[in-house]
Design a protein. Structure first.
Length: 178
């Protein structure tokens, strides 16, 4: 089995942005699944990497983003999935986890070949990250129950695109370690 990394996308979030109200119901469903997924990944010594928007706060670092999210009105969505001491963290400015970030270099340095993409938003950041991972020749897995969406129809289409066009394995989180 290739070396795997769990990539947690944009879950350190204050939910103070356009579309947040539409995202929140899906995020509430995903957080318990993602929390279990993180626990399992950590128990199996799978590399966990958080890749998160910096929300235009170019002077902040991941600790400040986490503090803001935990102090906000939706801390209940952040607390169960927050990074632990062994988690790695990469800040991004745009949709893809790879766009102008050091992630590709980090993954190569760690010998990672397989990426499990989880987090939010399925039809945006997860989709674009899956495409960028595919063109970089990473094996891509997306647990459908561990990704949150704004628009369910677009999320379903995005998952189909990842599977058909990018060769991603789309499965339930309980099937990840089979």
């Amino acid at each position: 089995m290739s070396k795997t990394a769990l990539i947690v996308i944009d879950m350190i979030n204050t939910y103070d942005h356009q579309d947040a109200e539409q995202l929140l119901p899906s995020a509430h469903k995903v957080v318990p699944v993602l929390s279990d997924l993180l626990r399992t990944a950590r128990s199996r010594d799978v590399t966990v990497i958080y890749v998160n928007d910096n929300f235009g706060e170019w002077r902040s670092h991941h600790g400040e983003l986490l503090q803001q999210a935990l102090a906000g009105p939706h801390a209940d969505l952040v607390e169960p999935v927050k990074p632990d001491g062994s988690s790695l963290f990469v800040l991004k400015a745009r949709h893809s986890v790879f766009f102008e970030t050091p992630l590709s270099y980090l993954l190569r340095q760690q010998g990672i070949e397989r990426l499990v993409l989880c987090g939010q938003v399925t039809e945006q950041c997860v989709l674009y990250s899956a495409l960028d991972a595919h063109i970089r020749h990473f094996e891509v897995v997306v647990p459908r129950d561990a990704v949150a969406h704004i628009h369910s129809d677009l999320a379903d289409a995005a998952l189909r695109m990842m599977e058909r066009n990018m060769g991603a394995r789309v499965c339930d989180s309980g099937e990840l370690w089979d």
